[in-house]
Structures are given as C-alpha cells and as structure tokens.
Design a protein around this ligand. Structure first.
Ligand SMILES: [Fe+2]
Length: 335
C-alpha cells in the first residue's frame, strides 16, 4: 500500500498512549521487578491489583498488573489511550457504533469516563480523558532509581495485518513517522504511528498477531539505561535481559529490553526525536536493511522476534506477509 494522506481533522482528539493493563501470577514478584529493579513508583497495591507510574507522570497509573490464578504467561487485558476531553470520548462512542464497531462505556478505578472497543486488527483498547492526579517525583531526585524512567512512550504490536492497522489508525488522526517496506515494493512490514510530538505512540510490526510485543519507557540519559542493567544484575535479575543494548536505526532509540516475571517485554530507551510539522515526510526503510533494527549492536535473538504477550481472549492470526528476520543466532553463525 502507498503512504496514506494524514487526517488533520479526526472526529475526536486522541492525545497519546496512556496505560497498559497486564496480568500477573505473583504481584509481589512483579512489584520487586518493576519497583526495586527498574525504579517505578507504586501508587496503589492490594491483593488484586498493582498500579505503577514513572518519574514525570502525574496520572495515577501508566502500568497496571491484575492478579491472575492462571499458570500461563502474562496476558494483556487492554491498551489505554488518552483523549482531550469527555466530549471527544462521547463523539468516539457514536462514531465507532455508527461504523458498526461496538464501543461501550466501562467503569475503571481512578479514571473518568472510559470507552472500550477493539481496534481494526482486534487489539482491545480503552480511551479516557481524565485520571486521578498527584504530584509526580520529578523533583524528588532522591527517589530516582533503577532506569530513572520518565514516562510511558509507546507500545509495539506484532500484527498479522499491518496495512489494516495503518488504515484504521490513520482515520483517527495518527500520523506515520517511519515505516519499513518489503524491498522495492509498497508492502508495509511495519508502521510507526504517532499522536504526540515524537516518533511513535504505537508501532505495528509484521508477525502472528495481534500480540503485545513490548511497551517502552523513556529516560533522558543513556547512562540511566546502563545503570538499570547494573541494578538488575546486582539483584540477580540479569537473566531477565531480553536484548542487549544498541541503537535502533528507526526512531534513533538507544535501547535495552527486559522480560518481567510473567514474560512481558519492556523496553528502556532514550534519544528519539520530535516529529511535529505536518509536512515532516515519513522515513522509509527497506526490509533487508538491518540498520533499521540496529544502527549498531547485535541483532535481536530469535525469542525477541517470535515471543510476545497475547491479548486475553483474542485469537492470534497468521501474518499476511511472509518475512524472515535476521536473528542473533543467524548472525553468530557467520561471525
Ligand atoms: Fe520500542
């Protein structure tokens, strides 16, 4: 598919990615990983729910874990986005239902009016405009720890129908900052889509899906990313590293990935860039160009490409596109 014309006047105003809700088999283990290890703030915990946020976040939560009795790996219950106002949410309710997409209001603790639906490729998503607020830890420097993570920045979805996702989100005013296409064709392998002022709120990359590949928190310094690795090692959690540090070509991010006790993948990163002007042209990458995944650094291991968190009750579909990634294992054979 060719690049779509951005929609500058969507029917309602989505402002950014807001939060993620996942399951946890053991909330205390999860808390240790995120609070003691990575430096998150716990805003609330009881026997059923753990709410977390990062240093610059005034809102009650950007990451929630809900206790599960399942023995299986973690599941994602939904992805949360923010809208500008409750009027936008009401407009979205009418818009989606008029299109035949069922959208329903739901009650959520610590949030105002909240709307739930499945997006165009089956990802359960929720929209709210308000959330309980409390002063963040930005200037409580003595509390900054672990990766010193500032805010939730983006998610990446492994997706069976990248073109379908791009079309659905483009209609809602998301803009394309960068993309990967099969060499010499217009067939999209991955799309980096944004509402806020940087490169992405949500990424869709080709693969069995929909599944949550990772969620990513921003920190302002490369040293903070490396310090997180040192802290995790000193806690005996070095094995939770899923992909060694490097720099992505796409988005320019200096990255490091971990897997939490339920197998969910979190990216710690820094140094992506602003995309604000409406005439900022999307940047194209050829699928065969490995610099898109690592400008420098080792390729990701197989598990990084093939393992991801499923959405609860959502059936995973085979991808439309056949594409074989270059993995760390492939790279080492020829090194
Ligand atoms: Fe990412």
């Amino acid at each position: 598919m060719t690049i779509l014309t951005p929609n500058p006047n969507p029917p309602f105003n989505i402002t950014r990615l807001s939060h993620i809700v996942l399951t946890s088999r053991d909330l205390d283990k999860t808390r240790y990983f995120y609070e003691t290890g990575l430096g998150f703030e716990v805003t609330e915990q009881d026997s059923e729910r753990l709410c977390l946020r990062a240093i610059e976040e005034n809102s009650h939560h950007s990451l929630i874990f809900e206790k599960t009795t399942s023995d299986g790996p973690g599941l994602c219950r939904h992805i949360g986005y923010r809208m500008f106002s409750d009027e936008d949410i009401k407009a979205a309710h009418d818009y989606f239902n008029a299109r035949g997409e069922t959208a329903s209001f739901v009650e959520r603790p610590n949030q105002g009016l909240t709307l739930r639906l499945n997006d165009g490729v089956g990802v359960p998503i929720e929209f709210c405009a308000t959330m309980d607020q409390d002063t963040c830890r930005m200037q409580k420097f003595h509390t900054h720890a672990g990766g010193k993570l500032a805010f939730l920045d983006h998610i990446q979805i492994a997706c069976h129908d990248v073109a379908g996702a791009y079309t659905w989100y483009n209609d809602l005013g998301f803009r394309l900052s960068e993309y990967t296409a099969k060499d010499g064709t217009d067939e999209m392998w991955g799309v980096w889509l944004k509402r806020k002022n940087n490169t992405q709120d949500v990424v869709f990359g080709n693969g069995p899906g929909p599944r949550l590949h990772h969620f990513a928190y921003h920190t302002p310094e490369i040293a903070n990313v490396i310090h997180a690795a040192d802290v995790m090692a000193s806690l005996g959690l070095a094995d939770s590293m899923d992909r060694a540090p490097g720099r992505h070509g796409i988005g320019n991010a200096f990255f490091l990935y971990f897997r939490d006790p339920d197998g969910n993948r979190i990216e710690l990163f820094t140094s992506h860039y602003n995309v604000i002007d409406i005439d900022h042209a999307p940047k194209r990458w050829e699928l065969s160009d490995t610099r898109r995944s690592q400008l420098w650094g080792f390729p990701a291991p197989k598990k990084w490409f093939f393992e991801a968190t499923e959405f609860e009750t959502v059936v995973v579909k085979k991808p439309v596109m056949e594409a074989t990634p270059v993995t760390l294992e492939d790279f080492l054979k020829n090194w």
